[in-house]
Write a protein that binds this ligand. Sequence first.
Ligand code: SAH
Length: 503
Amino acid sequence: MKSKGICYLVGTGPGDPGLLTLKGKDCIEAADVLVYDYLCNPVLLRHAKAGAEKIYVGKKAGDHTLPQDQINGLIVKLTREGKVVTRLKGGDPVLFGRGAEEAAELADAGVRFEIVPGITSAIAGPAYAGIPVTHRDHCSQLTIFTGHEDPTKPESSLDYAKLAAADGTKVFLMGIERIAEITGALMKHGAAADTPIALVRWATMGRQKTLIGTLGDIAEKVKATGFKAPAVAVVGNVVNERKKINWFEERPLFGRRIVVTRTRQQAGGLAKQLTELGADVIELPTIRIEEPLNRMAFGELVQDVHTYDWLVFTSPNGVDAFFKMFYKLYSDARSIGGVRIAVIGPGTAEKIKEQHLAVDLMPEKDFVAEGLVRAFKEHQSMEHCTVLWVRGDGARETLANELTGLGAIVDEAIAYRNVPEKEDNLDVLARLKEEGADMITFTSASTVDCFMDLGLPLPAGIKTASIGPVTTAAMKKHGLKVDVTAKQSTIPGLVAAIEKFYQ
Ligand code: SAH
């Protein structure tokens, strides 16, 4: 009987997470096991369902984590076990990706498989450096070859005489280590030394770097600048188009490496906005959101929500936790009754909107506890008002104290806990240590506390950005200087302040 298993050989695109195909995303979501390489962006693994197994078989040039025949054996074995196996490869799986060999092994073994093409770095890499691989003014032919083989060896299967003579644009992958031999061989067979060439490293990602030169001088430039793999090389007059259309590298935060310290679940919004402005974002999860210690007590307060005058939220996490519990207890949205809803700021308001509820009260500007208290004062007398405040375990007591001072009766529902994240960030910490960063962002006092808990030395000269006064105070308490403070304590406010800082 045929196994129920299937193996998807998926191209993940060159790195920009938005360049994964919809079909590729479906395959990641469906996977029981993901088998992935060095060149596929690990961010994509977040599409995986909870509990999916993730196996890294990456090879960084020369240092093979798992030899190809063992990778073949592994995916055949997993598929035979009846699993949905999603094999992720950078770029396109069959362009210098050995996808065809893996497919042949699967076919041989008689298990089901599908090939899901991806956007190749050979075309997307140059495009993100403002270089189109074909152009009506320059060429109508494109040659793609591998730079992996040593052109000076007789057994090379590449014919450099033919390559040099070929019209049009040439793109080669895996060529940085042998750049001098490759450019030398092309020139030896007649290519002009002043032919433009561009090397694009970590193309399509925030950390993209482009080096421009000619066949004659690029090897020297690579040496002088310490330019390294992985990079795609593009040779031909199309390189000159970059002067007109270098769109990706001209965005306002391009080249800035910015650390985002948030919970895994939440990092998305800030990271995405900074990435869209061109920043190289390193997401460093410092806290994880967990269930409150006393779930029973939380549940009882949620159950009685309809009996209160006001329901107050001071974080998006609180809204999520509240409604998760609410819909465990009730199946009808109307069970929330006539309670009015107050929130601390726009991020939290957004979450309420997602629940198709209206916000009755929000501070006009200061999106902190003090601002919310002021808003209540201006709104009505709080004398004898009953308030249910949904909060995390570490929150300041300001809100409860002040509202009680105004005569309100405040019950506090601890909806979640902030727990330091210690497991999920080892790769990121290594990258941070190795490459440093330009700026680190903090979006709550607890991200500051948890970051300091990691005991990580801050890279020299790093700038810091704070979302607002409470976070700033926490930073100062730990002896951190504060270079940027958001005017408005919201994610867009923080992003605007960072953009202004670098203008
Ligand atoms: N199947 C892949 C290529 C795999 S060979 C694809 O279609 O893109 C590995 C080589 O691809 C690297 O040595 C480098 O030359 C190139 N490459 C892959 N991703 C890249 C990226 N993001 N930036 C620059 N080069 C990349």
